[in-house]
Structure formats: structure tokens, C-alpha cells
Design a protein around this ligand. Structure first.
Ligand code: G6P
Length: 614
């Protein structure tokens, strides 16, 4: 979603802001803007361009040691210069950058128009700037914080926002309700961002704002208070900063041309990190301390439900298969975006698993809140430590994948599936999974990083195969049972970054309709694990071939000669863990196909890395 940066301190603000925007661009990139005050008015530069272009256009220096900036993913109003943030009030004193959606924006805009205010943009954000200015006018001596609090009292919706009053260039006010805001504490300087990526090159000491919180930030100090409180009640306090272990290099490309390929290559290390301290050879099981559940509590779980969006949902499907298979507990996955809208039945014996790389996805967070409200037990499987979902759940499994910047998720998805294998083994070993099977799985898990390295060594072969299919307009991704969610995630990767229409189908469903689409122009990527369903999958390939459809087989088995047009053969492992490995060649396949088509791999059109609005 949109990226927000703010700075106040002893440096020139604009280079810090532009650098921060550059780091946050993966969150949204249809327009960008910056405001730095000068003689009581904010000087604003904004346009429907990428951050690099904005930087190029800023030829004249913008002196000033305080400022705010924004990179946008349009929700209200098209991506135009005028709709880009920051937005100003009519007097040009207040500048606001905002992430989120104001639900009563139309009503607020009408009220403002009724009062004679002229709105210049189509955005929901502009209304906030006018409301703050009006609150300041009404209470002549009120603080900016009070004016922001009072303005936000009229606002329904979600926001992470930063407000600058050009007449008070010694402070910024920030507020959070549903969209992330983090403060970076420097030495006599403060940084504000929607994401750690913009901060970690300057400081590792951070404070996460909670929903319903507001903060006044000055160069040497900050104070938080509640959005709800009135001026007298506001319990102003300074939260204690936490130290994050991320470094600026975690967000650098290094030798890679883009983040997606870099992150694909980080997978062996990410998996090693995610396994550290979690394998138990003595009892042939796994340790997941973050669950905070003893053996008795683990045994009391009667069902497991996985909830996530996009790739996290497909990973959840892999998780459901793993838990059913290893622990023999009924499990399923559901898109978190649907969950709360169907008034779900919450069962106290069910373990709900909220999955999210960013930990900020609004739909997933809302599902967690619905669960909490109804007394469901929910754990988070999250990459971003300190994120809203991680904090809301309070317990779970951290992915330890390291920062993921590419919009198309790779190492996070792999470590999600890995976490579910760890969870499945743990739940299985307190039930009927035998010691022998436990040992086999622990050995298989330990072998994963090396196997992933072997798959990455096949990159050139996979790239050549991908390039051959770059002319296709549509593709099927076919899988059965263990291979089905792998096919879904493979199709998702391809459509996200190549814009080729890719549809995933269960192998056996193909003959119930979609087979009608097969001809020589419709390639099918078929997932063929080396498991008990191998011959069934060969049968599916035969059905497609008989209709002239080109076949790309992704397998860890030996296929009959000439069965498929292209075979990508990867190393095997324990069959239950196949989905983790079979997904990796599909990442490279999508990547090289998109590369061949000249796509902007890290910034696919219309998408954003973390979707913090509904
Ligand atoms: C967005 C991204 C997807 C991602 C999904 C869930 O839609 O474009 O790639 O899978 O959000 O993100 P999360 O951070 O919750 O895993």
C-alpha cells in the first residue's frame, strides 16, 4: 500500500525523505510527493511519476529540516498529479500524507464544500487537511495534536497519517488506525514511516504506533496519546522503543538486478534461519516456542483453519494438507478476505492460523479481530516482527525470512509452507505420527536448504523453458492433492508479474469442463510429485496431450520419455514436503517469462506489496 515518510532533525529533510520513498516504493508506486515547509508554507512537489523521476525533477534544493513524503497506490481518485500526496488545506498551511481509506469521505467533502471550501483533488485525504485547518482555526490556541484528534473524530475509516503544520516547523503529528506507522528514534532526530524499510539505514530503535494512537514527534522527543481522549484526558506518554535487527543491506539489491530474483536466491538461508532451534532429533519432533502451547493444549485442538490472502492463502492450503496428513486433524484454508463477511462459526477447539508476510494485510487483520472478538484461539504466522497481526495474535510462528521487497512473494511463501510442516509435525507427534515418521520428516526438513540450492542451480534450464512459452496468452497450472496448492501459487506468480492469464485447476476436474480449452495454444504446467498419485498425474498429462496441449512438467520423479514437451526435474525429498520444493521452479519460471516479456518485475502493474486497505 502507500508508503509514508516523515523526518524532523538536524539533516536536510528532502534527501532523507526521497531515500525513504525509494525504499518504500514497493508498497505503491503510481505517484509520489514531498512537502518541506518554507516561510510558513509547505513547498510541495508531487506528480504521477515514480520516485526516481520525482527526484530528477527536484532540481532546486528544498532546504528545511522537517518534511513529509508519500508514494501512492491509488484508492480514491485516479493516479494523477493533483491526487498525489501530500494534500494541503485551503490556506496552504497544513500538509497531510495518508495511507488507508476514509469511508465517509464523500460526506466530509460535501460538508466542506457546503462551508465554502474548494477541494482541488478527488481524494479522501484532502478532506483531512481541511478538517485539521478548521479545527486549528476554531481553537486558536490549540495544539496541532488536539486539532488532528478533533478532525479525526469526524473521520470513519482507516489511516496511517502524518501531518505537518508549516507554521510550527518544530513538530509533526502522526496517527494510526488500521494502517501501519512506525517511529524511528535517532540522536536528536526522528524518522516516521509506514514501514521499517525506510528507517533502518538511520536507526534500529523504533516505536510502533498502535491502532487508535496519536503521537507528536519533535526532533528530540515524542509523546503518544489516545485518539479517543479529549484534551484533558489525553494520557500523554512516551512508549519504550524496541530494537530491530534489520540493517540497511537487507533492503539493498547487491549483485542482483531485482528483488524478486534476490529473494528467490535467499531461500536456502531463509529456510536455514527458520529451522534454527526448531528441530528436535531426540524426540523426532519440532519446537515452536512462540505458540506457547504445551502438549495437552496441542492435543485439545480438534480442527485447524488457515486464513490468509493471495499467496499466503495458497500457502495456507499447503498447510492444511500438511496438518491433515501429518497430524490427522481436519484442516482447511480460507481466504481471510471472505472470512469475516460470512459471520463465521467460531469453534473453541479450532486452532485458527492467520498467515501474512507483512503482518499488515487489512483483510487478514480483520479476520483476526473477528476471531478475537468471538473468543477463537488464533496464532499468527508472520514475517514482519512487530507488525499489527503479530501483535494482535500475541503468539505464533515467525517466518524469519528477512525483509521481502518484491511484490511477488517467494521466500515468505516458502517459509510459510515450511512453518506448516513444522506445525504439522509437532501436532502429529503429540498424536499418532510415529517416531520413525517423525525422524524421517526431521531429516527431510533439515535437507531442504541444500535441495533448494540444487533447484536454484537449474535456473538456466528453467529460464530456457520459460522463454519458450513467452508467446502464450493463457496457461493452465494443474495439480492434484499435494500439487494443487502448488499449482495455484504457480499460477498466481505468473499472472502477477507476467500478466499472462494463468488458471490453476485440480487435475481430476480438468475433464469436467476446462478440457474444452485445450489445444496447441494452451500450455499446461503440470505438477507431478513422486508420490502415490504419480500414475494418476501421468493419466492427466495423457489427456492433455491427446488434445494437442503443450506440457511443461514440474516433477521430482522420473517421467516416461517424450511424455512432456518440457520437463523440469528437481531433487526429491520426503513426499509430504514436496510442495515446499515444487513451488521453487515455478517462481523461476514466472520470473524468466516476465523478464522475457520485459515486465517491471518488482513493481507489477496495479499491485502493491502489502494491502492495508479493504
Ligand atoms: C498482496 C500481495 C500478494 C500477497 C498478499 C498477502 O495482495 O500483492 O503478493 O500474497 O497481499 O500479503 P501478506 O503480507 O498478508 O502475506
Amino acid at each position: 500500500m502507500c508508503g509514508i515518510v516523515g523526518y524532523i532533525g538536524h539533516r536536510d529533510a528532502s534527501p532523507v525523505l526521497l531515500e525513504g520513498l525509494h525504499r518504500l516504493e514497493y508498497r505503491g508506486y503510481d505517484s509520489a510527493g514531498i512537502a518541506v515547509p518554507h516561510r510558513g508554507r509547505p513547498r510541495v512537489h508531487k506528480a504521477a511519476v515514480r520516485v526516481a523521476e520525482l527526484r530528477d525533477r527536484l532540481q532546486t534544493p528544498m532546504p528545511g529540516r522537517i518534511g513529509i513524503a508519500h508514494t501512492r497506490w491509488a484508492t480514491h481518485g485516479e493516479a494523477t498529479d493533483v491526487n498525489a500526496h501530500p494534500h494541503l488545506d485551503a490556506s496552504g498551511r497544513i500538509a497531510v500524507v495518508h495511507n488507508g481509506i476514509i469511508e465517509n469521505a464523500e460526506a466530509l467533502r460535501e460538508q466542506l464544500t457546503g462551508r465554502g471550501v474548494t477541494l482541488v483533488s478527488d481524494t479522501d485525504t484532502e478532506a483531512i487537511a481541511h478538517l485539521i485547518a478548521a479545527a486549528l482555526d476554531e481553537g486558536a490556541n490549540s495544539s496541532l495534536e488536539d486539532a488532528v484528534r478533533s478532525a479525526l473524530g469526524a473521520v470513519d475509516g482507516t489511516y496511517g497519517l502524518v501531518v505537518l503544520d508549516a507554521r510550527r516547523p518544530e513538530e509533526l503529528v502522526v496517527a494510526r488506525n488500521g494502517s501501519p506507522i512506525v517511529l524511528g528514534i535517532g540522536d536528536g532526530e526522528m524518522f516516521i514511516a509506514s514501514d521499517l524499510a525506510a528507517l533502518v539505514r538511520y536507526t534500529q530503535r523504533v516505536v510502533y504506533l498502535d491502532d487508535g494512537e496519536l503521537a507528536t514527534v519533535r526532533a528530540g522527543a515524542f509523546q503518544t496519546s489516545s485518539l479517543q481522549a479529549n484534551t484533558l484526558q489525553a494520557d500523554r506518554a512516551a512508549k519504550t522503543p524496541t530494537t530491530v535487527s534489520l540493517e540497511a543491506e537487507d533492503y539493498e539489491l547487491g549483485e542482483f538486478a531485482d528483488f524478486m530474483r534476490k529473494e528467490i536466491y535467499e531461500q536456502p538461508e531463509a529456510v536455514r534461519r527458520a529451522l534454527r532451534g526448531r528441530l528436535d532429533d531426540r524426540f523426532a519432533t519440532t519446537h515452536l516456542g512462540g505458540l506457547n502451547m504445551d502438549a495437552r493444549q496441542l492435543r485439545e485442538i480438534r480442527r485447524v483453519k488457515f486464513l490468509g490472502c493471495g499467496s499466503a492463502y495458497y500457502a495456507g492450503q499447503i498447510g492444511a494438507n500438511l496438518v491433515e496428513e501429518l497430524a490427522r486433524i481436519p484442516a482447511d484454508a480460507e481466504p481471510a478476505s471472505e472470512f469475516r463477511y460470512r459471520n463465521p462459526v467460531i469453534d473453541s477447539d479450532t486452532l485458527y492460523v492467520a498467515i501474512s508476510q507483512s503482518g499488515e494485510t487489512a483483510d487478514t487483520l480483520a479476520a483476526v479481530q473477528e476471531l478475537q472478538r468471538k473468543g477463537g484461539q488464533v496464532i499468527g504466522v508472520v514475517n514482519a516482527v512487530g507488525s499489527a497481526i503479530a501483535r494482535e495474535c500475541g503468539r505464533g510462528i515467525f517466518l524469519h525470512a528477512g525483509p521481502e521487497v518484491s511484490v511477488a512473494s517467494t521466500k515468505a511463501v516458502t517459509t510459510m509452507s515450511l512453518s506448516f510442516a513444522l506445525l504439522g509435525a509437532l501436532l502429529g507427534r503429540v498424536r499418532d505420527l510415529s517416531t520413525a515418521n517423525g525422524k524421517r520428516l526431521v531429516a527431510g526438513l533439515r535437507a531442504l536448504p541444500e535441495r533448494i540450492e540444487q533447484i536454484l542451480a537449474l535456473e538456466e534450464e528453467i529460464a530456457a523453458a520459460a522463454r519458450e512459452y513467452a508467446h502464450a496468452s493463457h496457461m493452465f497450472f494443474i495439480g492434484r492433492v499435494r500439487g494443487w496448492p502448488v499449482a495455484r501459487e504457480g499460477a498466481q506468480k505468473l499472472k502477477e508479474i507476467s500478466y499472462i492469464h494463468a488458471e490453476a485447476y485440480q487435475a481430476a476436474e480438468l475433464k469436467h469442463g476446462p478440457l474444452a480449452l485445450i489445444d496447441e495454444t494452451m500450455p499446461s504446467v503440470v505438477i507431478v510429485p513422486d508420490d502415490e498419485l504419480f500414475t494418476k498425474n501421468i493419466g492427466t498429462i495423457e489427456q492433455i496431450r491427446a488434445r494437442g496441449g503443450p506440457i511443461i512438467a514440474i516433477t521430482n520423479a522420473e517421467l516416461p520419455a517424450d511424455l512432456a514437451d518440457t520437463v523440469i526435474r528437481i531433487p526429491g525429498n520426503e513426499p509430504e514436503l514436496d510442495p515446499i520444493l515444487l513451488g521453487i521452479p515455478l517462481q523461476l519460471f514466472a520470473y524468466h517469462l516476465a523478464l522475457k516479456l520485459g515486465r517491471d518485475i518488482d513493481k507489477p502493474r496495479n499491485l502493491a506489496k502489502s494491502v492495508t486497505v479493504e
